[in-house]
Design a protein around this ligand. Structure first.
Ligand SMILES: [Ca+2]
Ligand SMILES: [Ca+2]
Length: 344
């Protein structure tokens, strides 16, 4: 039997070799990418999914050269969001945060290979899993949150805030010299700025309610944020812009909804943000002129579309959506910007 088996194997090997070269059948064409866009999302095109893993992922920001993103994800052993960095193609995945406690809101330094993030890893009371009824995109304004800076391996960690109370939601000024952030150090949640090393803290907002999610304008002179300030309807939030020194606050949305997570366009004349439409869980992306005016709706998908940011050239947006399988992940699409309306 053995020689016959060897002969059969040799025959098989010869046949396999003969399949090579010009007689090899053409490989099947790869399937076309799935159309992730929903009917009516006509300003968007070429939408691609960037993150796939974990129970949920979101709140992604581009690195300065836009080759990488930082984002938060619940995956692996930790039951809470941890901060990760990866290339856009999913390679070079690095967990930045220590793997214990809550984390949120990472943001790249504009010129150095470092990033900031908020974490409760110094407080072991925050290590246990969250309650089982936590929603798809919730975070806890835990008083043990502080803002830290690290390199892109999660090493050389520096703590930037030390005051009691929640400190999080940090982002750099365009030149990297200052950080705007949210803090509860004065009891109410307000927007502050600080020098890049945590010194020279200056308060920006002064209104009852949760003011948060601040980002500098591209010229560094303004800050956009959202505020939950309606004492009759504390669940409703509105979008605001304010000078970085706390002057000239201006409200840009006025409807009874959660207007949330604004971010400046690279030209500084628009904010992109999310608002809940139809149900508390469905958020859609909108544009609003910084000078004031009507908002323009960009998404129509019945799942959450939140936390949008622009690429530097303003031609792409990246945001968190649960449109695939109901699970929050990060997506990028081209955006055709509408013409800026004439000032009223
Ligand atoms: Ca406030
Ligand atoms: Ca939606």
């Amino acid at each position: 039997m053995l020689p016959r088996t060897i002969l059969a194997l040799l025959g098989l090997a010869h046949w396999l070799l003969a399949q090579g070269g010009e007689h090899r059948p053409a490989p099947p064409a790869p399937p076309p990418p799935p159309n992730l866009l929903h009917e009516g999302e006509t300003a968007l095109s070429d939408m691609v999914q960037i993150t796939f893993d974990g129970k949920k992922s979101g709140e992604a920001y581009f690195s300065p050269d836009e080759s990488m993103i930082c984002f938060q994800s619940v995956r692996g052993a930790c039951p809470h969001y941890q901060i990760f960095v990866q290339r856009l193609d999913g390679t070079r995945l690095v967990q930045i945060t220590p793997g214990q406690g809550l984390t949120t809101c990472a943001y790249f330094h504009p010129t150095e290979s470092r990033l900031i993030w908020a974490s409760t890893h110094l407080d072991p009371a925050t290590f246990p899993p969250p309650p089982p009824n936590a929603g798809p995109y919730v975070w806890d304004k835990h008083p043990s949150f502080d803002i830290f800076e690290s390199d892109l391996e999660g090493k050389e960690v520096r703590r930037l805030t030390t005051s009691p109370g929640y400190d999080a939601e940090g982002s750099f000024s365009p030149d990297g010299s200052r950080i705007c952030f949210t803090s509860q150090r004065d009891d109410d949640l307000e927007i502050y700025t600080m020098a890049r090393d945590g010194s020279d803290v200056r308060r920006v907002t002064n209104a009852k309610g949760y003011d948060g999610g601040p980002f500098f304008s591209p010229d560094g002179k303004k800050i956009c944020f959202r505020g939950f300030r309606d004492p009759q309807n504390p669940r409703y939030a509105q979008i605001y812009v304010i000078d970085a020194d706390g002057q000239n606050e201006k409200q840009l949305t006025f409807d009874q909804a959660v207007n949330w997570c604004p971010y400046f366009s690279p030209c500084g004349k628009w904010l992109i943000y999310a608002k809940n439409v139809g149900s508390p869980r469905n958020f859609e992306l909108f544009l609003v002129p910084v000078a004031g005016g009507d908002s323009i709706r960009l998404t129509t998908n019945p799942d959450a579309d939140v936390l949008p940011v622009f690429s530097k050239d303003g031609k792409r947006i990246m945001w968190t959506s649960s449109r695939v399988g109901g699970k929050s992940q990060v997506f990028i699409a081209n955006l055709a910007m509408p013409p800026l309306p004439a000032p009223k």
